[in-house]
Design a protein. Sequence first.
Lengths: 434, 1029
Amino acid sequence: MKTLNYITLFIFATTIAVAQKPVPAPKQTKSVLIKNATAHIGNGQVIQNSYIGFKDGKITLVADATSSKIDVSKFDVTVDAMGKHVYPGFIAANSTLGLVEIGAVRSTNDVQEVGKIIPNVRSLIAYNTDSKIIPTVRTNGVLTAQVCPRGGRISGTSSIFSLDGWNWEDAVLKKDDGVHLSWPAMVTRGGWWAEPGPVEKNKNYDNEVSDLKKFFTDAKAYSENEKVDEKNLRMEAMRGIFSGTQILYIRANGMKEISESIFFAKKMGVKKIVIIGGRDAWMVTDILKESNVSVIINRIHDLPDRPEDDYDLVFKLPAMLQKAGVLFCLDNSGDMEQIHTRNLPFMAGTAVGFGLSKEDAVASITLNAAKILGVDAQCGSLEQGKDATLFISVGDALDVISNNVTHAFIQGKTIDLQNEQTEMYNRYMKKYGK
Amino acid sequence: MRKLFTAIALFGFVFVNAQTTTFQVNGAPDNNHNYYAFTNVKLYVDYQTIIENATLLIKDGKVVQAAATVIIPKGTVVMDMKGKSIYPSFIDPYTTYGMPEIKKAPWQPGPQMENNNKGAYNWNQAIKPETDAIKLFSADNKSAEEMRKMGFGTVLTFNKDGIARGSAALVMLGKDKENNMVVNDKAAAMYSFEKGSSTQDYPSSLMGSIALLRQTYYDALWYNGLIDKEEYNIALDAFNKLQQLPQIFETTDKFSAVRADKVGDEFKVQYIIKGSGNEYQRMDDIKLTNAKFILPLNFPMAYDVEDPVDALMVTLTEMKHWEMAPLNPSAFEKNFIPFAFTTADLKEKKDFWKNLRKAIEYGLTEKAALKALTFTPAELLNASTKIGSLKVGMLANFIITSGNIFDEKCIVYQNWVAGEQYIINALDIIDVRGNYDLLVSNNAKLNLKIEGDVEKPKAIIQLNDTTKISVNLSLTNSIISLNYNLKDEKGVIRLTGSVKETPVSFSGKGQLGNGDWINWKANLTSAFVTSTVKKDSTKKQMPTLDDVLYPFNAYGSTKLDSSFFQKFMNRWNALIIKNVTVWTNEQEGILQNKDVMITDGKIVRIGDNLEVPKTVKALIIDGTGKHLTAGIIDEHSHIAISNGVNEGTQSSSAEVRIGDVVFPDDINIYRQLAGGVTAIQQLHGSANAIGGQSSLVKLKWGASADEMKIKGADGFIKFALGENVKQANWGDFNTVRFPQTRMGVEQVYYDYFTRAKEYQKQWDAYKGLSPKDKTNAKMPRKDLDLETVSEILNNKRFITCHSYVQSEINMLMHVGDSMGFKVNTFTHILEGYKVGDKMKQHGVSASTFSDWWAYKFEVYDAIPQNAAIMYALGLNVCINSDDAEMARRLNQEAGKVVKYGNVPQVDAFKMITLNPAKALHLDNKTGSIKVGKDADVVLWSDNPLSVFAKVEKTIIEGVVYFDIVKDLELREQIKKERARLIQKMLMEKNGGAPTQKPTPKKPKMYHCEDLENYGDMFSEDLHEEEEQH
């Protein structure tokens, strides 16, 4: 009875909504039990027939329905998800969601600030909770995103958001989680986008590195002084990198850039290092493991760099890192990255086609992402005490033909899965009488 | 005599061949009509006629006699050339000798739509056939001397700038006045596909250059036919006048050689093709051109591959080309294609001989090499009665050498240009190179090594295996001086002495660091061994034409292994996929556990437990648990295209053809085969309202461009609407070209279709005339742009239109209805769901992205349910890529249609197979698994719409072009081949050969909006926007 009511209410509430953009959800007031679903925990484990309960925004119960006796009546709402799948909310690491609305329209672009070394610039306050793109991403199960500034050498500081909220203060999951550094490329290319010039060794590489060295050395010394004569905003923004409260994210793809940047950061006294990009990470797995550095793999829906490369080199990169024992997660950065954030599950799915196990693939966009971003205490897996950020899909959420999210919860809040696109769909199907 | 000659050589006198001249002479004229006789010489009268002990008699710059027995007239200067050889001097048919430097005007913001040169010139700045090299020619002795040293006497020179480059002059390399150096003032007409210094926007792509040249031929033809010239055009006038000359076309790769030849064929012009050096990679196609070639000897240096990570940047193509490039000339010889050599394209001219000898090492015969240096260039330039051999009456252009010119030790002594002597090396120069025992005073023997060039020997003292001391050596006639420092107490030791011959030895006086005088001598212990690379005593394993990969890229195969060539080898005459789930795309839907049989490239049977007749050699593929589908057809692709997908410089570029620039070596062909793609429409970009003509190809990896093209396919053309066409995102400078609004886009169409109708009327009227009336009537000008547009009106060409917003979609259908044409396909069509009913009525196909949106303002309303809505309305819906990466996952993209719009799986899969086949009018040949259709099929590991599915085999017309098992073998082969080549390069480097640093090559991926600026040497940072679609 309650189950039915819940679903009916849910659907009713969304169809009568006139607003194109879903309304941010109110706080969870009623406890919810999802029963009989195949639960993908996020840590590699699966419970074929599960109980997942949550209350006041936190997961209170994770159990095997076949072996546990649960008093169902203790929950205000029960969702019978027999034959369906429940997942922790997918996490989009290294995204720019909410910073760009329309790629080609400059006025909607807030992703790249002027300046070369600007760690003090923060994505936190530019994140637009009202972006029309965000609801379309949630519809596919992506419920959390790290939002990052781009450009320059040190681009700024990112924050992590739940993809629901009235404003950035409301939506933020972790403020200022880390500083983003673009490691200088050892090779550069001249020309312009339509006619790329020859790629040459970056003659400025040594200068770029020594500039970084100077800044890091100064910032490190500065960070050791609690009472500075005059505040330096840039160095101030680096304190967490040296104290270990913040992560240094280094964008590097080449084998040499990856290893050199890790040695550099270690030498500079950086506590937590994450590589973003990692195209050649498979060549340096030993270094990554020894230095305890994890990798956010850039969009695997990408072509290999060299004609000789295996056609599936990028597709199978996750499986290669998994096998080597390197902690990694997937991202979706690249061309049109905001809108493609909704395809993150299918990148994990593609990795399955090329050697990664399904549950490892789930981990690569849930618990592993949470661990890498330092939010695994809050989210990333279906475990007791964590945020109830999770969703139900009719079928395998990693496959395009079966990803069909019927319920989603962010910190227990019931998320409206409609978006402007589903609204337009309904509008025109109605127009055509279909 | 000998002494006299030496004296002359020493004092630098030259024999002057005086001619009658219009010039005033300052002082007494030094006219000299003496005979000169070269006796006892081995005389190469031409490349195949050699006379031993011959006499060459010359006078007044011409050959008087060249024979075994010659009666020497009185008053002849006789030179005994015993042991020496005389060759006709060489001819370089492709130089810019004595030409001014080409300067390009600085870049200006904003478009340049017309020729910037004031005057009655051509509309296009790159068409300058009026350029007359002889008027620009100014002799340059420094370059001439460099060429003379290499044995050249005559060169063709021209102004290397533009597409039609004007006439070239054939000139000699003497020091005399320009007036006396000209063999032929108009010796050839020159062409290329590069616009050079032209600052005009058009053409910006290779296909644009080709179209411009084609149109120029038609314009010149029309211009010729004008009765009273209402238009005077310097360029067209000159263009026509140049047609009787040899026509030389410069190309920059093997495919462009074929492209140039095809343009020539259209106008019955057989170009002489200046090659690029990689022709051996497609010799069959090169042979089909029937062209004669001018070949450079620009063999690449080995790459520095010591760093294994940097070495990854060197492609297999580059490595193999490094190894195989010296094979190019012999490939021409073996295929009986006439060719001449040029010093063009060499970074260092001095490498010419080194490389030519390398080519000989790789199988070129010396006779063919000599022919390519003398006879053939003379013949190509219609000058074989004057140069290229030493027959009576011909120019006395010859060289005197110590022996066989192709011998590494050969010394060129003199180069005679038009009877004028240029000394290169003294005749009695002593070759002191070799290893010596150097004895200074009573000290221990030292190992003295003299190497380098005969005329510039260099010396070292080899102390032990690893230590050598440099020695300053100078040699003047028979006096040698040596300076060295052994870093001991003796200080710098200075020696001087005389040289004795046979065997060479030195002896003389010297002074030690302390001032003590000593005696010294050096005796030859072993003769000089040429070449820094040590010749192996074992016969080197030389690559042959059999080692060429098709295509010449990673994952290419030799002819013996290539899938494409396999079909000719009759390896199988049938292929059976057994017990497989068949997605037929026909009424039967999905069939379980069926066998599909393929013969002669067609699907012949679908059934249960098909038996293979014993006479049939069948390849049997087990399909248990797998899925067989029709091959994926990408309606919107930009892969496998050379140098630009957009000729977006004008509102209409209907005249350009993607078919002209198909690039069969693109690695993306292989990668897309690995994604199950079998056929694509190669589309022009979306930068202008009327774009260029499409090309429909199957992804036959290893085949030529012609073989890839789908025979009998209908013609298609790209149209485009919206932001790209109105240059909305092109920055602040591009606000000039019409149109800048959607309002203007409509008018472009009305304008062109109205004009196309007028154009057609003119031609219909002309064609309707009686033959007699025709002779008096003026033939209309053939306009390739309007002609293409009129093909649309005649249902001979079909539109694929890039489109997003409903208003403009509606507009184009209205233009079509009122002008009498149908739009065939709206591609991208992201707001198709808003006007699907109208589209259904118009009868247009829709080819869309599955889920792209918000990358620019006009796609902010795009929804992933678009395909599903249009499908629900009964439209023929396709899912396209416009992206080299996504094209290899089109199956997933079709899967999204199931996800977002609940379209049945069978119908969703048709959106990437049968439906694009319909949109491209290919559904009678391909697009479904049906008996009688082409066997274009894909074997999948799983449900083909799933992200988990992998392609196991991709088959086109019965040939397996991708096989997941063979792929692993190819990877292993590539690894081994690279390893072998890297070892070889390292050996070369250790042998002292120069190497080049590797630089990574990222091939360009084209999207709709990408602009190329082909042939533009000075690229500017015009746009820095991200790639758009």
